[in-house]
Design a protein around this ligand. Structure first.
Ligand code: SPD
Length: 279
């Protein structure tokens, strides 16, 4: 029958998946990397004992991270992705024909190599000639790079523990903003407002110091603790509820979850979130 693999949240809650087979287990210089074949969620990527993405529900996460930003930014010629080593985020970015270059900065080469081998249904765009994958430190990149600015920056990191913790620092967000064009859009995963309310609220405050428009949005990702997840849309101009309709229609066709109504509805915040943010 296979053993149960469990992720523990806060030492009080566990999510368990029955494992049919462990497809990969190894230690990179940064973290423990595993791919499990599970009965319920298909193949699952696990980093340092935290479920990262699954074949079963990855589209809910990746489509919502990418398309609200990519459908509302004035231009999407140059896109920067930090993290996202499983390939799901760049796959969604590259579905937009207007994207000319997508640079992906990933610290851990092993995550990409293992995902290419064991999660081919998630990373379907690795061979796209517009994709430029660099195995370097995202913190250093946004601090020092003199590359041309980006129209969109997407942050697809882990939880704020281990090597991904620095991706929640204010100085890192400052660097990301430095890499954006003045009317560019940044979107990031911003944790669960139920399970990680403190991190969620703190993240919003950090972002509000840097951007005049900061809009969290919410959707379901069953693999993550509580199933309620958030992302945040940031910019100094524009607003998240004014998508470019032609661009949006083109990507809705072929999306598993994302459509016009989901885009609008995701930005409707429940009272407990509005109150926590004092909106
Ligand atoms: N609790 C897990 C949060 C993981 C967020 N990033 C997932 C990466 C998927 N590309």
């Amino acid at each position: 029958m296979g053993l149960w693999y469990e992720e523990t949240f806060d030492d009080h809650i566990r999510l368990g998946l029955r494992v049919k087979e462990t497809l990969f287990s190894g230690q990179s210089p940064y973290q423990r990397v595993e791919v499990l074949d599970t009965g319920g969620f298909g193949r699952v990527l696990v980093l340092d004992n935290v479920f990262m993405t699954s074949e079963y529900d990855e589209f809910l996460y990746h489509e919502l991270l990418v398309h609200p930003a990519l459908t509302t930014a004035p231009r999407i010629d140059r896109v920067l992705v930090i993290g996202g080593g499983d390939g799901g985020t760049v796959r969604e970015v590259l579905r937009h024909r207007e994207v000319g270059t997508c640079v992906m900065i990933e610290l851990d080469r092993m995550v990409v190599e293992v995902s290419k081998e064991h999660l081919p249904s998630i990373g379907t765009a690795w061979d796209d000639p517009r994709l430029d994958v660099r195995f370097i430190d995202g913190i250093e990149y946004v601090k020092e790079s003199d590359d041309e600015k980006y129209d969109v920056v997407l942050l697809d990191g882990t939880d704020p523990v281990g090597p991904g913790a620095v991706l929640f620092d204010e100085t890192f967000y400052e660097g990301c903003k430095r890499m954006l064009t003045p009317d560019g859009v940044m979107a990031l995963q911003s944790e669960s407002p139920l399970l990680m309310m403190d991190v969620f609220v703190e993240t919003q405050h950090k972002l509000r110091k840097l951007f005049s428009e900061v809009h969290p949005y919410i959707g379901p990702v069953p693999l993550y603790g509580t199933g309620t997840w958030s992302w945040t849309w940031c910019s100094d101009t524009g607003e998240p509820l004014r998508p470019i309709l032609e661009r949006q229609a083109a990507v809705v066709e072929g999306s598993k979850a994302y459509n016009e109504e989901i885009h609008r509805a995701a930005f409707a915040l429940p009272n407990y979130v509005q109150r926590a943010l004092k909106l």
